[in-house]
Design a protein around this ligand. Structure first.
Ligand code: NAD
Length: 520
């Protein structure tokens, strides 16, 4: 039996004991995860420094702070998320219990990526624990230092059988994917995403695919270009551009291209000094393979800012490329590095057309003062998300689902979306063994009269809650008016209306019950 097989088997056995069902157990594990982050901050930061050259503060800001927020939110809201969710009743379910009960799926496989090795691996884990699942955690082998620390330290905090960490590369991941899981949560490239989905399909296992792609950024000429460029510079060059939601390229009118370049140049200097290579808040490309890939992507484009590099250090300066076209080499794949091409268009019409001719991106950015223009881009394009007048920050809004569409992925997470994504939302309908008369309409012989009743019950959409509320309100209003006016017994218009309403509802109700009895 392979190591991967053994690990999954152990996780399943442990899940089947039912120990993840009580919410207290899940909260205990979430607390331990929080403790892991706060006690092991140093080890986490060291590992990320060695993987991506990031500073300790950068790691806290972009990796662990969000995780802490997500864990706190999950602990605070768990009881609410896990509770039965009553649904709207119909005439047919008026006296039944009708609700959705979230339940754990079982054993989840989480495959993480290297660019934010802690955030993208542990954030789905928060959802998996909260939803009551076991989870096999497979960090990316590309961010090897983080993977090693995760493998060594996480089991000291979490239940080892339920939440094992499996390290390794492609062959280990493929071995894992041969096992049967109840859900696979994958973060990484679209190419590997297809392989993951194929492997999961063999077991009919559902997948969440958090993928990437080329996220466009349109700058309207009438916006505050200085502010727009500041936010874009931050969103693009953080983590050296190795961010799935980094603006991949800029679309703008030719008349503002040089102003955009100048503003971005100023911001690069302000954020990363004249020499980003020696500045602690500017990181490194993950490895030589990606370094070479990025250098090759620049071929044929004109460098407007930056462009210098050092292969031995995996360093590429924040770089802006100008006069790029849709056919340029840099536009052939997701950049995932510190290169920012500018493509000029004649206006928003051409920008929309440019976006719609390509795969659906993970996010579309638009900078404009004109709300109508923003709404138009929302209406005429499609993407995982749309963020106007800022970059990246939609990721931090836990009330918004985070995920792609089409080539940029499927499924979503963050906050309650993580909980729901990794739960089965089970339909529960509890009827009584009474009111058999109502059922006659579905039992043979199928008469025209019964069919008429079936039409009425199935097609008439009566809002039962509203009906009940109206009846209650009418009764209360009637009684109140009656009490106030008791000495004279004179009915005002309000009282009359209220009584009429009560009578009408009562009449309909009696009619309905009468018919039901007749059918019996
Ligand atoms: P990667 O190389 O780390 O691969 C991701 C995972 O897939 C790893 O755990 C790896 O072991 C596994 N893997 C790689 N090849 C495999 C194969 N042939 N079979 C099975 N498993 C395999 O990461 P990457 O793919 O270079 O990640 C970068 C991509 O991830 C970018 O496209 C980026 O946009 C995307 N990404 C998306 C998000 C998101 O939340 N949507 C977040 C981060 C990264």
């Amino acid at each position: 039996m392979s190591r991967e097989q053994l690990v999954v088997q152990r996780a399943r056995k442990s899940f089947q004991t039912g120990k993840t069902k009580p919410l207290e157990y899940r909260i205990h594990q979430l607390k331990n995860l929080l403790r892991f982050i706060s006690e092991r901050r140093g080890e986490i930061a060291d590992a990320v420094k060695r993987d991506l050259g990031k500073s300790a503060r950068g790691t806290e800001l972009f990796e662990t702070l969000g995780l802490e927020g997500e864990i706190n939110l999950s602990m605070e809201k768990l009881a609410e998320w896990a509770a039965p969710r009553p649904v709207e009743k119909s005439l047919l379910t008026i006296s039944d219990e009708v609700y959705v009960q979230p339940e754990p799926l079982g054993v989840v496989l989480i495959i993480g990526a290297w660019n934010y090795p802690w955030a993208v691996t542990l954030q789905p884990l928060v959802g998996a624990i909260a939803a009551g699942n076991a989870a096999v955690i497979k960090p990316s082998e590309v961010s090897s230092h983080s993977a090693k620390v995760m493998e060594e330290l996480l089991p000291q905090y979490l239940d080892k059988d339920l939440y094992p960490v499996v390290t390794g590369g492609v062959s280990e991941t493929q071995e894992l994917l041969k096992q049967r899981f109840d859900h696979v949560f994958y973060t990484g490239s679209s190419t590997v995403g297809k392989l993951v989905m194929e492997a999961a399909a063999r077991h009919l296992t559902p997948v969440t695919l958090e993928l990437g792609g080329k996220s466009p950024c349109y700058i309207d000429k009438d916006c505050d270009i200085r502010i727009a460029c500041r936010r874009i510079t931050w969103g693009k060059f953080v983590n050296c551009g190795q961010t799935c939601i980094a603006p991949d390229f800029i679309l703008c009118e030719a008349s503002i291209q040089s102003q955009v370049i100048e503003e971005i140049k100023k911001c690069i200097k302000e954020f990363y000094t004249d020499n980003p290579e020696t500045f602690e808040d500017y990181g490194r490309i993950i490895n030589q393979r990606h370094f070479k890939r990025l250098m090759a992507l620049m071929e044929g484009s004109t460098v407007a800012v930056g462009g210098n590099s050092d292969e031995s250090q995996c360093y590429i300066a924040p770089t802006v490329l100008k006069d790029v076209t849709g056919e340029s080499t840099v536009m052939r794949e997701e950049i995932f590095g510190p290169l920012l091409p500018i493509i000029t268009v004649s206006g928003v019409d051409e920008a929309i057309q440019f976006i719609n001719e390509r795969e659906k991106p993970l996010v579309i950015y638009i900078f404009s003062h004109d709300n109508k223009l923003i709404k138009r881009v929302i209406a005429e394009t499609s993407s995982g998300a749309l963020l106007a007048n800022d970059c990246l920050v939609h990721f931090t809004v836990d009330a918004l689902p985070f995920g792609g569409v089409g080539n940029s992925g499927m499924g979503c997470y963050h906050g309650q979306y993580s909980f729901d994504q990794l739960s089965h939302l089970r339909s529960c309908l509890i009827k009584q063994l009474k009111m058999e008369g109502v059922n006659s309409m579905r039992y043979p012989p199928h008469t025209a009269k019964k069919l008429g009743w079936a039409r009425f019950f199935l097609l008439k959409r009566v809002n039962v809650c509203r009906l009940r509320r109206m009846a209650l309100l009418a009764t209360l209003a009637g009684l109140a008016a009656f009490a106030v006016q008791e000495p004279s017994y004179e009915f005002t218009d309000t009282t009359r209306c209220s009584f009429t309403l009560v009578c009408k509802i009562k009449h309909h109700h009696e009619l309905l019950l009468g018919q039901m009895h007749k059918m019996q």
